[in-house]
Design a protein. Sequence first.
Length: 241
Amino acid sequence: MNLGKRCAAELFGTFWLTFGGCGAAVLAAAFPQLGIGFVGVALAFGITQLTMCYMIGHISGSHINPCVTFGLAAGGRFPWKEVVPYIIAQVIGAIIAGWVLYAIASGKPGFEVGGFASNGYGAHSPGGYSMGAAFLCEVVMSGFFVLIIMGSTDKRASAGFFGLTIGLALTVIHLVSIPVTNTSVNPARSTGPAIVQSLMNTADAWALGQLWLFWVAPIIGGILGGLIYHSLWGQKATSAA
């Protein structure tokens, strides 16, 4: 399939991940008496990831995350020349999702933008975690996410279960790291809400100022994950052994 159609799939997929996961956080997490809390948000991100694996996995690979695109390229599973087009599509999808979510959320009387599901550290970490702790958490979580993706989509793995595996992995990642950074492991997902938060909450516009960490750390983690899997368990390494 041509690159344009694959990028369109990435745009739609990243829209769905951002809208579904961040929408659960903004609209449903703290709903009076019935709020879904951290567990519900974690499941929302995992389920949206799972559904996109099966909807567009056969079209674009369902990266829907710059960290994954970099990781797969580092691991020899994706051509470097297509990294930038994929990431552009992913970021556009996430930005559109952020604004659609804002349009819905702002329809409630008394709505305040607040943090708008943005990722942060220090005073803007849900648990008050430091920048260093947030950086390390994002690197580790992103690295393991790419390791799991590469393992579950390996030709030697059981066919048909990759979507479930990847969705559950993202759920676990959120269960662990929401208190630390509100969980990014996805620079595109971080970018959409950060833009809305900073433009629509000018009295306390912090998200864009901290966005750099949620690009740098996940991409480092993703590349490390791709390199580790390729060097230890890649098919060339296996056949050579």
